[in-house]
Ligand binder design. Structure first.
Ligand SMILES: [Zn+2]
Length: 366
């Protein structure tokens, strides 16, 4: 379905946005945090933002320490390049593909970390003080990114939501059609779990995110516009080839079900005629209860499913026990939420992982 969210374009933090900080600092007092580290910890995400604000108040001193110790910051290699911070792996990889040698890209969520429940620390925020461009995916997987403009003082920083031109699918839309309810104004958290954020698993959407990132880099660094345009053309061609490969290889299996570790494959299923059954939901944050396990096992039997897909960053024990119970094989399928450091070091990236995904899907049906 069409998304009704506000379409945000990229924007630069306005001059004098310290007003935001002052307000937050006011909240600090109201929340009674003065001198109580315990309450900061207990208040979770909100507390962490406040902790960030407290630390930012000491920023000039900390930046001094940073310039002496470049481990965390961009370092000498980034000199003369556009400094980009990306929230999660897919947009990190897309920024590298478009930026090439002209950009230095850092990823906030560490390699090998499942990003759905990750949030930045104060030290992570310091990278943003040095950056020219902050790219987040949006659609709920990195909802904390939207708080960034309230706490970062860097007036040069442009913030870009890479999925802004993608039509979002509601979470669970493709497999709950039998009891679809119009929940336009319920209590859903609009930032977490309302939409399926895994837009990049459709090569056509990946192409849109690549184009959005290219546009932002061209605006930020017009001297190298030709480089960014050429890199975009190359990446677009690869997306089109990937889309054709999926289409050709999976066309014979239209209507088939896949059982996956979490419901990350809404866009992929929509593009290639598959249906997903998620062991966990769209946010990969809750193991199934006994009733859901039973339901999945029943569907595996009913639909003659022969494979249970697990993913590297989610504990495979539930997938394995369903496979044992039903006599299915197991295979890895990557939602590209993140790659391990070993995978990144081995040169794996969006296109090679997607080709492996295609191979795994096709092999599970053959
Ligand atoms: Zn995910």
């Amino acid at each position: 379905m069409n998304s009704d969210r506000n379409k945000k374009t990229s924007y630069t933090i306005p001059q004098g946005s310290r007003a935001g900080l002052t307000e937050r600092a006011g909240l600090t007092e109201r929340a009674g945090l003065t001198g109580s580290a315990g309450s900061i910890r207990r208040s979770g995400r909100f507390g962490r933002v406040l902790a960030g604000v407290l630390a930012l108040a000491m920023l000039p001193g900390m930046m001094g320490i940073l310039s002496g110790c470049k481990k965390r910051g961009f370092g000498k290699d980034a000199e003369g390049k556009v400094k980009v911070v990306a929230s999660i792996y897919p947009v990190y990889d897309f920024a590298r593909k478009i930026g090439g040698d002209q950009v230095a890209v850092k990823m906030l969520v560490p390699a090998g970390t499942e990003p759905h429940s990750w949030e930045p620390s104060t030290r992570d925020m310091l990278d943003l003080e040095e950056a020219d461009l902050f790219i987040y995916n949006g659609a709920g997987i990195d909802a904390w990114a939207e708080d960034v403009m309230d706490t970062v003082q860097n007036k040069n920083l442009t913030v870009l939501e890479a999925s802004k031109d993608v039509t979002l699918l509601k979470a669970g839309e493709d497999h709950h059609d039998e009891d679809e309810h119009e929940d336009g104004h319920d209590d859903h958290d609009h930032h977490h779990g309302e939409y399926d954020p895994h837009v990049w698993l459709s090569p056509k959407n990946a192409e849109k995110e690549l184009a959005t990132i290219a546009e932002a880099l061209i605006e930020k660094d017009p001297d190298h516009a030709d480089v960014y345009r050429a890199n975009l053309e190359k990446a677009k061609k690869e997306c089109e080839e990937l889309d054709s490969a999926f289409r050709e290889r999976l066309s014979a299996y239209s209507g088939r079900y896949i059982v996956v570790a979490h419901e990350a494959y809404g866009y992929l299923c929509e593009d290639y005629g598959l249906k997903q059954i998620g062991i966990e939901g769209v946010s990969a944050d809750q193991e199934p209860d006994a009733a859901r396990m039973r339901e999945i096992i029943d569907m595996v039997k009913e639909y003659g499913i022969r494979c249970i897909f697990f993913e590297e960053l989610v504990d495979p024990k539930v997938a394995k026990s369903i496979a044992e119970e039903t006599g299915c094989e197991t295979r890895a399928l990557s939602p590209l939420d993140g790659l391990t450091k070993d995978d990144i070091d081995a040169g794996r990236e969006y296109f090679s992982v997607m080709r492996d995904n295609l191979q795994a899907l096709a092999a599970s049906f053959e």
